[in-house]
Ligand binder design. Structure first.
Ligand code: PSU
Ligand code: MN
Length: 302
């Protein structure tokens, strides 16, 4: 594997000295947000991770390597490029052997983070079981990857473009702990509630770090999904965003969008049809996740 890994010297040094490192994904930059908000957010999130005591490592595929820790120019390239490949697990060998630029999803980012020895990964929202999955079988590889790869993922819960109930069932089946921070209700990305109770709750970074340590010491491999509710001031109530989501799903169906294109299509539709409000929420929650992720990484290392 070493031949395919390229770890930034700063990240490598931190890992060698058991200092906290936080992994970040690149699909959120290339396919999850428009330019220039995507690059502004990517840079701001890296700065927040540093302010909270950890080293950021954004992960992507460039020039036949899984890169762990990107330069500002590399981040900018992902923010501006229109034809970057969205790389989930199945795409990794293709994109690397074809020397393409690849933005990694939660699944691919987790796998590469684990290969590099990084235990904590901050993102916005994860992929999950799509609505109507009983007919389409559209279940994100993010979930199967979480079943096997030992990385903690900090997200703002599960976006309601997905079937949140089925996603929680799937996570239970695969033995993936789901922990919400500071409240009993499981959050739904734009909103701090979802109508579902969180399976587990912990309120401090140190208690979460202790749980991660226990799980992996017991050889219970796999991820822990940490749901960090969006701050109330930035929330869009579920009933309001639901209207736009239903329109987005109908538009996707009408345009016959499916497979890997579905999630980016839905995210773009929602951003385009909420007057920038959803984008502002999205940016706020990722920054909020970066604070928590850095604190968990610090606590885990100590
Ligand atoms: N959900 C979001 N924002 C995102 C994604 C999901 O709210 O940017 C991205 C992540 O990279 C995630 C991927 O891993 O979409 C899931 O895609 P799919 O549903 O095709 O597995
Ligand atoms: Mn899918």
């Amino acid at each position: 594997m070493k031949a395919y890994l390229d770890i930034h010297p700063e990240v490598q040094l931190a890992l060698a000295q058991n200092k906290p490192v936080v992994a970040l994904e690149s699909t959120i930059i290339s396919h999850g947000m428009p330019y220039p908000q995507n690059i502004e957010t990517a840079l701001a999130v890296e700065a927040i991770v540093r302010e909270n005591g950890a080293i950021p490592a954004t992960i992507a595929i460039i020039d036949r390597k899984c890169k762990v820790g990107l330069s500002k120019n590399e981040l900018a390239a992902f923010a501006q490029s229109k034809n970057t490949w969205k790389v989930s697990l199945r795409d990794m060998p293709y994109v690397i052997s074809q020397q393409l630029m690849g933005a990694t999803t939660v699944a691919a980012t987790m796998r590469i983070a684990a290969m590099a020895g990084i235990r904590v990964f901050v993102t916005g929202g994860i992929g999950g079981v799509h609505r109507d999955a009983a007919n389409t079988m559209d279940i994100s590889a993010d979930l199967t990857e979480m079943a096997q790869t030992s990385v903690a993922i900090i997200s703002a819960g599960v976006k309601s473009i997905l079937d949140i109930g089925l996603t929680l069932e799937y996570l239970e089946t695969k033995g993936i702990p789901v922990v919400t921070v500071g409240q009993n209700s499981f959050p739904s990305f734009y909103s701090n509630s979802s109508g579902f109770d969180s399976p587990l709750r912990l309120d401090t970074a140190s208690s979460i770090a202790a749980m991660l340590h226990t799980k992996w010491q017991m050889q219970l491999s796999g991820a822990v999904l940490i749901a960090n509710p969006i701050p109330v001031a930035q929330e869009i109530p579920a009933a309001i965003i639901e209207k736009t989501i239903l329109q987005a799903l109908a538009a996707a169906k009408a345009a016959n969008v499916f497979g890997k294109n579905l999630t980016p299509f839905l995210l773009k539709y929602i951003a385009d049809h909420t007057n920038g409000e959803s984008l502002a929420s999205n940016i706020a929650l990722i920054k909020n996740n970066a604070i928590l992720g850095a604190k968990i990484a610090v606590a885990y290392c100590s």
